[in-house]
Design a protein around this ligand. Structure first.
Ligand code: NAI
Length: 344
């Protein structure tokens, strides 16, 4: 089986080569992202392996099908970059539903602690032998209320971590997890109550039409003044312009972003020699109370190994059995109405 691997980074290759060789799957690594201009590279391959910023829209799907490509193997959990409705019935789409919820949840807490204890400032100061503490006052997490939007795998690990710090949890999910609400330290509430009562808000839901800009100007207005916003999920959950305005007018106390709405042309690449065209991102990065990491929350040894292992297994399942438990098959309409048993 031959797979065209798009948007390759140096850290991707070794695990995929190892597990691929063990399962008779040969990867050809391309640095280019998959899009309308590069889809032709998949000529002669059985499948493509793609990541979060590859584009799998209708035009790309048509091209892949025309080339005889049968599988889109996402080496990630989110699939908002795939036109699932269009793909249905034309090409198999498989994903890695969970590779390390700990990686993302722990990174989220790392960002929060860095921000509120000013570790990013201290690191720079002490390297310059500046041992002043002026402006470094943080706040205790113990006793604070964290609002968690999306209580799936990552959201629940993050809740566990927050509970370890003695925080109270307000949760919101379209499909609440049975048994999570204990009526006391962890409670499911409406979005409005979560906005009004949370000191910190962390996003762990997928990007869908419903969750697009779940944090917009109206939502920020409902929040406590000084709220800390954490987004390690998907950039477009947050209206970046509204966030910037919220930072400027002090409604938002701090923001930690591992993802950004317009990240696809910037994140994962070294742009240090370029003039940044995105004024909103540039202004956000210039703020002392904003921390940006470039979609690195997933990046641990454990996650990379699990991603490669599961992706190879997904491909082998489709090759050997014609089906795969990690296949996505969105038939259109509301996802919860689909009875195929394979939908998200
Ligand atoms: P999951 O599928 O286990 O959990 C997602 C949760 O969101 C589910 O409980 C679901 O019911 C809930 N949800 C769905 N629609 C909702 C809505 N309209 N409002 C509120 N909640 C809703 O997914 P998992 O593994 O926890 O991942 C969460 C997200 O994290 C992914 O969708 C992905 O976007 C992001 N992610 C980011 C990574 C990074 O490196 N920064 C790495 C991996 C995932």
């Amino acid at each position: 089986m031959k797979i065209a691997f798009f948007d390759t980074k140096p850290y991707d290759r070794s695990a995929f080569e190892k597990y691929g060789a063990e399962n008779d799957i040969k990867f050809k690594f391309f640095e280019a992202k998959l899009n309308e201009d590069t889809a032709e590279l998949a000529h002669g391959f059985d499948g493509v392996c793609v990541f979060v910023n590859d584009t799998v829209n209708a035009a790309v799907i048509d091209k892949l099908v025309e080339l005889g490509v049968r599988i889109v193997a996402l080496r990630c959990a989110g699939f908002n970059n795939v036109d699932m409705k269009y793909a249905f019935g034309k090409i198999h789409v498989v994903r890695v539903p969970a590779y390390s919820p700990y990686a993302v949840a722990e990174h989220t807490m790392a960002l929060l602690l860095t921000s509120i204890r000013r570790i990013h400032k201290a690191f720079i100061r002490t390297r310059d032998y500046n041992f002043s503490l002026a402006g470094m006052t943080g706040f205790d997490l113990h006793g604070k209320t964290v609002g968690v939007i999306g209580t799936g795998r990552i959201g629940r690990v993050f809740i566990d971590i927050c509970r370890g710090f003695g925080m109270k949890v307000l949760a919101y999910d379209k499909f609440p997890a049975p048994g999570l609400d204990n009526g006391d330290t962890i409670r499911y509430v409406s979005l409005d109550e979560l906005f009004a009562e949370s000191d910190i808000i962390s996003l762990h839901c997928p990007l869908t039409e419903e969750t697009y800009h779940v944090i917009d100007a109206a939502a920020l207005e409902k929040c406590k003044k000084g709220v800390v916003l954490l987004n390690t999920s998907r950039g477009a959950l947050v209206d970046a312009e509204a966030l910037l305005a919220g930072i400027k007018n002090r409604q938002v106390g701090a923001a930690c972003l591992d993802v950004y709405e317009e990240e696809s042309d910037l994140f994962f690449e070294d742009n240090s020699g370029h003039i940044l065209d995105d004024d909103t991102l540039a202004r956000l990065i210039s703020m002392p109370n904003v921390i940006v990491t470039s979609h690195q929350a997933f990046l641990t040894e454990e996650a990379l190994t699990n991603i490669a292992e599961t992706t190879v297994q997904n491909l082998a399942d489709l090759r050997d059995k014609g089906e795969c438990p990690n296949e996505l098959c969105y038939r259109g309409g509301a996802a919860e109405d689909c009875k195929c048993g394979k939908c998200f």
